[in-house]
Each structure stands twice: as C-alpha cells, then as structure tokens.
Design a protein around this ligand. Structure first.
Ligand code: ZN
Length: 189
C-alpha cells in the first residue's frame, strides 16, 4: 500500500526511532509498504519517520540513478551495488571512512527543495537486513550519501541540519512556508 509521506513541520520527523528487536509481520508489511511508497514517489531512500513511524528502519534503492555512481565493498572486496539492492537497513550504524564530499540532495519530506550537502564520501555500515540477519558493507558515492541521509532520519536529523548557513538562509522562506502548511494541515485532521 502506498502511504502518505510526512512533510517537514510534522513532529515525527524529529523523533529518534526505536530499535527493532524482531521482524514481526507488522514490520514485514511496513517494509513492503515503504518500498511501494518510495517507488511511487521515485525516491532513492525512505525512512520510517517519513511515513509517520519512529523506528530504526529505512529502505534504499539506487538502481534507477545511473548518472551518479555508487560503490560497494563486501569483506574488503569490490562488489556489484545491485547485489544488495533493494536494501533494507534495520538499526543501522554508520561510521565515516573517507573525506567529506559535496553532493546534491533532496528529500521526499521537502518537496522541490534541493541543496548541496557535505558528507563523508565513504562509510562503513552495520545493520540488520529484512530477515533480521546482521549485514556489513563499505559504500561510496550516491549509496553512501543515501545511507547517511536515511540514517539521519532515524535519529531525528534532517538534511537542513547539514546545510551550510548560507544555503539554509537562502532556503529559509521556502522552509518556513512548508512548515506552516504542514502544521495547518495537521491542525485540520
Ligand atoms: Zn529525507
């Protein structure tokens, strides 16, 4: 089922997600719905907070983006990025493993807002997969950016928190409008 995406201004986006201790039927359904919602909206990643659930769960799929490469290493060896797609990360832990690089980012909770964000270009990731099995990999490029953006969501952090001051100042009127519209819509429910 395609779910409604929560927009900036909704308090759930600032909530740290609860850890998931077991893969219940509800979690399986949530994962399926999150993929459907992400694909419907042509997103690269979606965090549980973005569909109103504060849990440590995110889904990612970078395969549709061909002009921004991703890299993957499994057990220290280069691997095919597609081999781990679509990707489910539960309770992810992300450790920087490279220099910061700038790259463009958007977010389904911030329609039509894009900005250059500086983040480590390579990261090590540990998480549980959709079956609750531990996985570990090193990634770079777009995938590293997506993993960090989504893991931030799980901790109540948003890409506006990573923008430099000038970028955020320029976007502030749009951010204020979006926040006000979201709060107004919430008040009507
Ligand atoms: Zn986002």
């Amino acid at each position: 089922m395609v779910l409604e995406i929560v927009k900036y201004g909704h308090p759930v986006l600032r909530k740290k997600g609860e850890r998931i201790e077991s893969i219940t039927p509800e979690i399986k359904q949530l994962i399926a719905d999150m993929f459907e919602t992400m694909n419907e909206n042509h997103g690269v990643g979606l965090a549980a907070q973005q569909i109103g659930v504060a849990k440590q769960l995110t889904v990612i799929d970078v395969r549709e983006i061909t002009d921004r490469p991703s890299t993957l290493e499994l057990d220290g060896k280069p691997a095919d990025v597609a081999s781990i797609m679509p990707l489910v990360l539960i309770n992810p832990e992300v450790t920087p493993a490279g220099e910061a690089v700038k790259g463009g980012e958007g977010c389904l909770s911030f329609p039509e807002i894009f900005a250059e964000i500086s983040r480590p270009g390579t990261v090590d990731v540990k998480a549980l997969n959709a079956k609750g099995k531990p996985i570990a990999f090193r990634c770079g490029g777009l995938l590293a950016r997506a993993v960090q953006h989504e893991t931030d969501h799980l901790n109540g952090l948003l890409f506006i928190d990573r923008m430099d001051r000038k970028t955020k100042e320029e976007l502030q009127p749009e951010l204020d409008d979006l926040q006000a519209a979201t709060k107004k819509a919430l008040g009507k429910k």
